[in-house]
Ligand binder design. Structure first.
Ligand code: A2P
Length: 318
């Protein structure tokens, strides 16, 4: 799997990574750990989790098992990302949240630690679910200072954010000492994010794409991506699946991507996107597709909260 540099870290990020989020969490521990061990065997090296996914422990178990089986020789061969949940998006909670994440993963350090969403929830309650009244604005300057401290302490190699608009990235850049290495955002042929891609390129922020297939199967997800007629025609003409067309398209945008599957055939299929490419005509057709965002963060919109509409949450980039 090709890799690219991010931020100032000497560790490169693999351009295709394995997602571990599932809502609702339906699979057994065995299926999840087995899927991850199998993915390591096949050559996946980047694994993405988050405090709120409840998958950190399974990922930690799978890493141990892959080491035991000799699929990798050392933890250094892996690139592990996790995320700070909104409950802990308060300056004095960040370091202990990361330490808890590391304990779940049974690791000494992360490769990348991200602020999960640009919002906080009242601290010291169960991670999920939450009441709308618990949503509070994030003091990004001080939360980011705590993220920077995590990197200085060696608890993570790099730091970044997730679900940040251009405007929120700029606010962060205005006060950051260590600029965010990564912004992890939704990206698929139906949510192409051209403005954000250009902004991040200009600022040297790497984009990692999540939900490249439209998050099918989640409460907010859509089957519009996998069922899209144009994508189906391109897939048929090339002898590929629609999923592979989506992954290849995101791959060609230059950042990295995450794809979650707990199905062995699909875990394998999703790696076969390197030995072929989309033609200029196919890229042109895809660029014309009507846009539709799957994850819109509507749970974080509240008339008395910091964001009163989706437009406010995404700064109009929706
Ligand atoms: P499964 O675990 O059963 O494979 P996204 O990354 O956009 O959030 O989409 C993930 C969803 O897409 C998962 O539910 C996953 O289900 C499914 N999926 C992953 N790979 C493929 C594929 N190659 N073809 C069809 N569906 C896929």
């Amino acid at each position: 799997i090709p890799e690219v540099s991010i931020g100032s870290s000497d560790k490169k990020i693999p351009k295709v990574g394995f997602g571990t989020a599932e809502f609702p969490f339906a699979e057994s521990a065995e299926v999840i750990t087995e899927s991850i061990v199998y993915a390591i065997k096949l050559g996946y090296r980047h694994f993405d989790t988050a405090a709120v996914y409840n998958s950190e422990k399974f990922l930690g178990d799978a890493i141990k098992e892959a080491l035991r089986l000799g699929f990798i020789n050392s933890r250094e061969q892996l690139f592990i990302t996790s995320k700070l949940w909104c409950r802990d998006a308060h300056p004095d909670c960040v370091i202990s949240a990361l330490k808890k994440t590391l304990a779940n993963l049974k690791l000494e350090y992360l490769d990348l630690y991200l602020i999960h969403l640009p919002i906080s929830l009242i601290a010291d309650r169960q991670n999920f679910p939450f009441e709308k009244e618990e949503i509070v604005g994030m003091d990004i300057r001080v939360v980011w200072e705590a993220m920077e401290e995590c990197q200085r302490l060696g608890l993570t190699k790099s730091i970044g954010v997730s679900n940040f608009s251009c405007k929120k990235l700029q606010t962060l850049l205005n006060t950051a000492t260590i600029p965010p290495a990564v912004n992890q955002v939704e990206m698929s042929p139906l949510w192409q994010q051209k403005k954000l891609v250009d902004f991040c390129k200009e600022k040297g922020i790497h984009i990692t794409a999540y939900s490249p297939l439209g998050a099918k199967g989640t409460p907010w997800g859509t089957n519009q991506v996998l069922e899209n007629q144009v994508l189906k025609e391109i897939a048929e003409a090339k002898g590929k699946t629609v999923a592979q067309i989506c992954l290849r398209w995101v791959y060609e945008q230059g950042g990295s991507l995450l794809i979650k599957s707990f199905n062995k055939e699909r875990i394998k299929q999703n790696l076969h996107i390197f030995e072929w490419e989309l033609s200029p005509e196919e890229l042109e057709q895809i660029s014309q597709l009507p846009q539709h965002k799957a994850f819109n963060a509507s749970d974080f919109i509240h008339e008395n909260g910091p964001f009163k509409s989706l437009e406010e949450f995404w700064d109009g980039e929706i």
